[in-house]
Write a protein that binds this ligand. Structure first.
Ligand code: 5AD
Ligand code: SF4
Length: 474
């Protein structure tokens, strides 16, 4: 399951509102569209695919929604709160539409699939509803909507990967970019809507992935993050354009091929499922200096009983063995996780198992949520959402508090160490400082000197907070 992103590309803390403002308008376009993204990194990357499709139809991107002919919200359904935020935003745009009746409003992404009829008919909030696998039909749907009809396409596909579409990088820092390698998910975690909103998993042609990553490198980018809901299940059989031989490509071999593009191109990936990540992947990470030592390995719960109800298909012990294996093969690997508190039937003892799992794994970063029942999921159909809200929230607060302590300890361990940092841009807090990330994905801020984004610099850590390392170039 993909990490939900609340990221602005320039945001050094990677926390904030889920926006993707657009590059300046190219005057050759005859119409303007505005797009806002919510949810995971995959969704942000989808917005870049949508931008590319709309550019070809003569729609240029604008950062100012008031001048847009078309407003698109690329939405997330993962928790109820995410949907509420989008609904509020849609109400605001409906008001705007009263003074500008020609303007169209469209909902894309996971809510499109889930709420199509409701958004269009009952609430009359939007003109267009387009699901994650139907973006190629967006231009035709816009035309349809322009004639006053309600336009919908939420069909899911078993093949669509948008492999041939060259994403337009929205709000790019010119240094780091996302590259999707697969879409959808087959895992059927019982809490999760993704298999229903994004469909069955399918892998993108690896040669198009390599081509896209190489083109990014040639355009000055220095880091790619390979994206999928479950990257370790990547699998492709095809004919190599180089050797003309049939070859089987696993996630480990894809990772290797991308790493070989250039040693100056850093490679990251997300998300790994504990049941699928292999030693082969870990050894490939160890072999290439430019594959970053950082793994996002969502645990969800530390209790085997709860994991079983979640259909995670691993036990507490299996997860612990994976963590041990990661530490053996990659001793300095950064590790992050997702945790849900208060899943159906969770007892105090289960909760303590989650807390002790955190003590064991010593996560550098954790994304923590209380359980939010989503209509249509297996959990909603099979189990009762029986943990009272105050208990869910109290357990969440305990998990957050423990994590805050562990994150600070993790940062303090780096005091005095020197890291190779890829500079991503100017620090949010001071024009005089730059920020970048180390191999383990920790953010480091340091005095600007004569350095520029896109460069690698050696930075020695002199201070820290729970979220940021503070250093100086050595
Ligand atoms: N309620 C709360 N959190 C959820 N997640 C997935 N489904 C739910 C839900 N119904 C969390 C998981 C996942 C992350 C992206 O969101 O921890 O890994
Ligand atoms: Fe991403 Fe959709 Fe999941 Fe939200 S619901 S995190 S947008 S896949």
């Amino acid at each position: 399951m993909m990490l939900e992103q609340v990221t602005k590309v320039h945001d050094e803390s990677r926390q904030g509102e889920a926006f993707a403002p657009q590059p300046a308008v190219d005057q050759t376009y005859h119409k303007k569209f505005y797009i806002e993204s919510y949810g995971c990194q995959m969704n942000f990357n989808d917005s870049e695919i949508v931008a590319s499709i709309m550019n070809q139809e003569g729609f240029g991107a604008t950062r100012n929604y008031e001048e847009a002919d078309l407003i698109l919200l690329n939405t997330c359904s993962i928790r109820e709160k995410a949907e509420q935020t989008v609904r509020k935003r849609l109400q605001e745009f409906r008001k705007l539409k009263q003074s500008n009746p020609g303007m169209l409003v469209g909902v894309l992404g996971c809510m499109a699939e889930r709420l199509k009829a409701k958004l269009l008919e009952e609430e009359k909030l939007v003109d267009l509803v387009v699901g994650p696998d139907a973006y190629r039909t967006l231009p035709a749907l816009v035309e349809e909507a322009e004639t006053g009809q309600k336009a919908v396409n939420v069909l899911l596909s078993r093949e669509e990967t948008y492999a041939d579409i060259n994403p337009i990088r929205l709000d790019s820092n010119g240094v780091t970019a996302f590259v999707s390698i697969m879409r959808g998910c087959n895992n059927m975690c019982t809490s999760c809507l993704v298999p229903f909103t994004r469909g069955w998993d399918r892998c993108r042609d690896p040669y198009s992935v390599i081509q896209e990553a190489a083109a990014l490198f040639n355009n000055g980018y220095r880091e790619v993050t390979l994206l999928g809901q479950n990257v370790d299940s990547y699998y492709w059989v095809g004919v190599s354009p180089e050797s003309a031989q049939e070859e089987t490509i696993t996630f480990a071999s894809l990772l290797e091929k991308v790493a070989q593009i250039n040693p100056l191109l850093r490679v990251r990936f997300s998300t790994s499922h504990p049941k699928d990540i292999t030693d082969e992947v870990l050894h490939t990470m160890a072999k290439y200096e430019n594959i970053c030592n950082y793994i996002h390995l969502p645990v969800q719960s530390g209790s085997t009983r709860v994991l079983q109800l979640m259909n995670r298909t691993y036990t507490r012990e299996w997860y612990m063995k994976k963590v041990t294996r990661i530490r053996e093969i990659l001793p300095d690997c950064g590790l992050s996780t997702d945790i849900i508190t208060g899943f159906c039937t969770e007892t105090e003892e289960d909760h303590q198992d989650t807390m002790s799992m955190m003590e064991f794994a010593k996560y550098d970063l954790a994304y923590m949520f209380f359980y939010s029942e989503r209509p249509g999921t297996l959990a909603a159909r099979r189990y009762q959402d029986d943990v009272p809200e105050d208990v869910k929230k109290r357990r969440l607060a305990q998990v957050v508090e423990l994590h805050r302590r562990q994150a600070l300890e993790s940062m303090q361990k780096d005091l005095g160490k020197t890291f190779k940092v890829l500079v991503e841009g100017t620090s949010k807090r001071s024009e005089n400082d730059l920020f970048g990330r180390n191999d383990q994905n920790k953010v480091i801020v340091f005095p600007r000197g004569n350095y520029e984004k896109g460069q690698y610099v050696q930075v020695k850590v002199v201070d820290c907070t729970a979220a940021t390392l503070i250093g100086k170039v050595v």
